[in-house]
Design a protein around this ligand. Sequence first.
Ligand code: ZN
Ligand code: ZN
Length: 218
Amino acid sequence: MTRINHHLSDPILMAYSAGTLPEAFNLMVASHVSLCDECRARVESFDAVGGAILEDSALEVAAMSDDALAATMALIAGGAVEPAPKASVRKDSILPAPLQDYIGGDLADVKWRSVGMGVKQAILPTSKDASARLLYIPAGAAMPDHGHRGIEMTMVLQGAFIDEGERFARGDVEIADSDLDHTPVADIGEDCICLAVTDGPLQFKSLLPKIAQPFLRI
Ligand code: ZN
Ligand code: ZN
């Protein structure tokens, strides 16, 4: 199992469990969870809480009490909830199974488009409230400098990148919000492939990416 240091946040995992995320974000969470035992276990805890709330609401007309939630959490803490099943990633692919299912193929089926300076991307069709794309950054190369209007989550599938003094490797997710203005740089040694999702258009700083932005459609 991949050693993962940068995880998804509880609010995101909870929203995933509740089914309130945009499709692109669901894809991100499902892909991360397929590589990460820790986050998968957390999602299953949230699922159990949500299921218990639904069950109890059906039995009792009264509103769901905090007691029932506490009782459910106690069940989880006590180990009454079954352990998470093993991840089912097809071993010969760097693409997690949910991503393979989503694009209906493997890495060889990805249609890359150059966005300049060796960087390539493939936009994945998804619902309009967010965008999803695969990024290919040559070893040692930088992503265009940009800020965000919304939340951006970037998960490494191959290689690694360095951003804001931290290193992100396979399975790690960087969560960037509108306060972060950043330039991730692919680590040397291996080309970096990432899955990136965002719920707002990126704001690029330098001229070249700004010209390219309409073509990037992000
Ligand atoms: Zn995780
Ligand atoms: Zn970013």
